[in-house]
Design a protein around this ligand. Sequence first.
Ligand SMILES: NC(=O)C1=CN([C@@H]2O[C@H](COP(=O)(O)OP(=O)(O)OC[C@H]3O[C@@H](n4cnc5c(N)ncnc54)[C@H](OP(=O)(O)O)[C@@H]3O)[C@@H](O)[C@H]2O)C=CC1
Ligand SMILES: N[C@@H](CC(=O)OP(=O)(O)O)C(=O)O
Length: 342
Amino acid sequence: MAKIKAGVLGATGAVGQRFIEGLKSHPWFELTSLAASERSAGKKYREAAKWRLESELPDDIAEMTVVNVDPREVDADIVFSALPAADAMSVEPAFAAAGCAVASNTSSYRMVEDVPLLIPECNHEHLDIIKVQREKRGWEGFLTTNPNCTTIMFTLPLKPLMKFGIESVHMASMQAVSGAGYEGVPSMAILGNVIPYIGGEEEKCETEPQKILGHFDGERIINANFSISASCHRVPVMDGHTEALWVKMRDNPTPEEVRQAMLDFDPGLDDLPTSPKKALIVKDEPDRPQPRLDRMRGNGMSVSVGRIRSGIRFICMGHNTVRGAAGASILNAELLVKKGLL
Ligand SMILES: NC(=O)C1=CN([C@@H]2O[C@H](COP(=O)(O)OP(=O)(O)OC[C@H]3O[C@@H](n4cnc5c(N)ncnc54)[C@H](OP(=O)(O)O)[C@@H]3O)[C@@H](O)[C@H]2O)C=CC1
Ligand SMILES: N[C@@H](CC(=O)OP(=O)(O)O)C(=O)O
């Protein structure tokens, strides 16, 4: 099969670089366009971007010329968006209107009624809303989104618990500095410290999971009916968001029943190249998961769960810029291929 042409919007940024890493030798997608602000447009990628990942930047990508985030300059069937949310607001619809598929990592359209907010292992059937979106907006292309990185880490383990009747969730996060971008949190502010505030994060964590775990009735998504109370904190960790959960359920399952439900969780997406063998990994050691030891499980795409105790209480952790950002959008795009939308 000929590879699908892929572009990255915001290619020079922290998440944009993760997109390049995930797409540079992808079996289904070929990187054909790198786009960023007018500050970078016209420059070779190696001049426009300071590559900050441990993996090598391939020469052929370093030599590509960065273009503006304009559908007339971007040669692609699908664009992966890692733009600041304010810019994504106008840019993403312009690409969808121009006939492109848009896999967005930004928050701009996540909660919009006709836009799917996807975690393929949780709600792949929500993709059917694209038909409604296209009819309503007259777009030749379409727009899909992935959730906030903190949302993804705890919504995945909630999915197999839905059968027990989730009534309420409390969540406290310990979020890595990479979530705020390379220059987001000054080292003087975070070293030896904890910052108990991340603007807008708690609101996203308290609303996105109910959309993801809701059901699509053929016309709209009906949100899942449970409440979430979140408290979000920045900690001096490079990568990996760790989260403590308290989940109240109608059926009062035992910790062993919860553990078994997570072990049995098999979303059946083995045919997608970025899908990890196990979306959820259950750790039985008393001091796991830990970000430094567990964030790269499943190539950074697995969420590790541990310390499942009565209450029900547990800890979950995953790589925020892979599973929580670029990897999430790439997995969404693979699902689009599997469903025949690309
Ligand atoms: N799922 C999640 O929870 C996560 C989502 N994100 C989201 O991803 C997005 C990117 O984050 P991050 O990579 O950290 O941000 P960065 O600031 O590192 O990168 C921003 C990118 O957007 C480009 N850009 C900035 N302004 C404009 C503009 N006016 N027009 C076109 N391009 C522009 C920049 O280009 P240039 O270099 O030329 O300035 C750069 O390529 C944000 O919306 C962020 O909230 C991030 C982490 C996790
Ligand atoms: N707020 C997240 C990252 C992020 O950018 O989230 P969002 O895409 O929802 O704005 C963090 O700081 O770890």
